[in-house]
Each structure stands twice: as C-alpha cells, then as structure tokens.
Write a protein that binds this ligand. Sequence first.
Ligand code: ZN
Length: 413
Amino acid sequence: MPFIPKVPGSAPEVRVRDTASGELVPAARGDVVTLYVCGITPYDATHMGHAATYVTFDLLGRALRDSGHAVRYVQNITDIDDPLLERAERDGVDWRDLATREIALFREDMTALAVIPPDEYLGAVESIPTFVGPIEKLVADGWAYAVPAPDASREGAQDHYFDVARDPRFGSVSHLDEAGMMEVFAERGGDPDREGKRNRLDALLWRAHREGEPEWDGGSLGSGRPGWHIECACIALDHLGIPVDVQGGGTDLVFPHHEMSSAHGRALSGSETFAGSFVHQGMVGLDGEKMSKSKGNLVLVSQLRRDGVDPMAIRLALLARHHAHDWMWTDDQLAEAQQRLATWREALSGNGGPVADQTVDDIRAALADDLDSPRALEAVDRWASQALTRGGDDPGAPGVLGRALDALLGVRL
Ligand code: ZN
C-alpha cells in the first residue's frame, strides 16, 4: 500500500453505472466496500486494455477511500487455463515459468502506473483445493452434472458442468438473449458443441485430466483442473463474501464470464445477487480493431516503459478516456498526455497559484459521477492554464492540488 496523502474537504458518494440494471447506483453499500476485479491470464505482457481496466478500478478504490470508506479489494490470476498452456507449449517453456514471469511483469507495470495493489491477489492454482468442495456441493445440490470424458487419461473419468437451465436468474447480468449468448460463448472460452451437455451454454466447472495437462486432486470429481468461472465465484465467496459490492472487469467479461460466475456464486451462497453493481471497462483498440492477444495488435505498458515513456503519461492517456466507452489507442493521445503532464508539472512547480479548492471539488464531483476521469482532468487543465497565464497568490494551492492529484487520480508529478 503506497502512502496516500490526505486531501482537505470532503467527497460526495461515488455512483457507478451498473451493467446489470443499467442504472447509476452507489458503489458503496456500507462502510467497507468489497471489490472483486477479474485478473489476468498470465501468458503475455500487460497491454493497454488491461492497464485501462486496472487503472479504472484503482480510480474507484481511490474515490471510495476519499469519500470515507474502507476498501477490501481482491483480484484473481487465472494462472492455469487453456491459452496459458497453449502458449507455453508453442514457446517450449514450462507453463509455470511462463506464468511466474508474466505475473512479475504485470505487477511491475501496475506499480509503475501507480495502481494500488489489491489486498489479496490470488492465483487459481494456489486456490484449487478450495474449489473442489464447492463444485462437489453444486453437484450434490443438483446445480451441476457429470458428462463422460472418453478422451480423458483415466477410464470412466467425467467432466462436470453447471446446468444453466436450473438458474431462473441466468441472463440477469448481460441481458443477452440465447442467440446473443451463443454469438460470443465459443470465442470466449465456451464449448457449445461438447457432446453430452444438457444445454449448449452450460459452463465447465471441472475438467477431468487429459494426457499432457497438469492435474490436481478433485476429490469425488476425479483428478483434473477447474473451469474458469467457478474460480472467481469461489474466490469471491471465500475472501469477500457474496454479494460483493462491486464486480469489475472488461466488457468482454460480461458474458459468459460474469454471467456464469454470478450464477455459480448465487447457487453456492443462496444470495439473490452476486454483486451490488457490475462495472465494466470498455475495450481499447488499435488501428480499428479490439486490442487482444489473439490478434497480436498490442501496445504494451512494459514496451512503452522500455522506450522511456513516463508511466504517469501512460496513466494520463488512459484517464483521458471514459471507462465506459470503447476507444482506440493512438500515438497522438500519448503525445497529448505527455504534453498535459509537462504543463501540469510546470504549473504546479510555481511558488503559488490560484486557489485550488474548487478544482479539488470538481475532481471529486467528476469521479463520483461514474468515474468521469476526462472531466476531472479538464478541471486540472483549467487550474494549470490559469496558474501559467495569470499566476495566483495562494502559496498553498500547488501543494493542495498536488496531493489531490496523487490521492484521487494516482498521478504523481
Ligand atoms: Zn473473474
């Protein structure tokens, strides 16, 4: 936990746009706010899309703390999954070494971007023993069923699937109809054509061991490894309790990931909802396409850092776009962010400036309104422009504003 300076004055309650209801809702539902954000699959370096997501939820944590709440933040790492195994095989490295290397680089990137680390950062692998009991319970309670896996390494082995038809609230996160769900299910890790499933959308909970794959003791499920969605449901349940206040991630996680982990989590906890609100970060693209590992069109935080780009300029470039919208990364935006950073530094380095109280209020109001970071940056721009053109006679203003930028926006000058 880095040192976060105190900022004078007080902040309004933070409201966020909840994907499930479409409404602006308070992010906090009590003194302590529980935040669960889906983490990376560590097979490639952090690109701008990831960085945007974790900076957005960092901003939320900062705004919540500033408005008087404590934040309990848990993030997982999907350190066992098909894409990780495939990449390790392609590159001829051990999947554990690949994951360890990419997790270390991710944490370095996040530290450089001034992202406050989660209270708990949990790998799927270290948590596997805690998934088995809940999956067995889903089977015992009729939420899940076994499907024979003739290609498994042991005769009679079975995979286990969640029965989406059992869940009357299935669809309550994404509000997609079946056709809409089917459109993205396969490309986002689903297996609609798996023989023996009751419903094509049923999600894998436990995969029996296949030759060449790692395996863990699955109790009555047999040896194998977990599905992706159940990992987040179990970690959220164990470490925060369900419902969590805010479930976060990129918009590409709305379906199936958040729909499924919500369904699993509700089935396990008996809670009517999985989260008080679901907050999603829009996709960041490059050259007209979504930035993604599979397309290979990535702008990497680590590469920009190696090129000598100030991480604070990267952070400002991300904050210049509202989290709810998709946007395209361009070199011009980075250049604008670098210019902005230089201007702010110059304005804040004077012996005084215009009174900054209203600017701090404007930043707080913008963040409280669904994390409107572009509006917050514009408020600082106005102060900086005044300070540079007309000066000001408040000797404390640069200090107050500097602390506000650090505490609220995570921008250290
Ligand atoms: Zn997740």
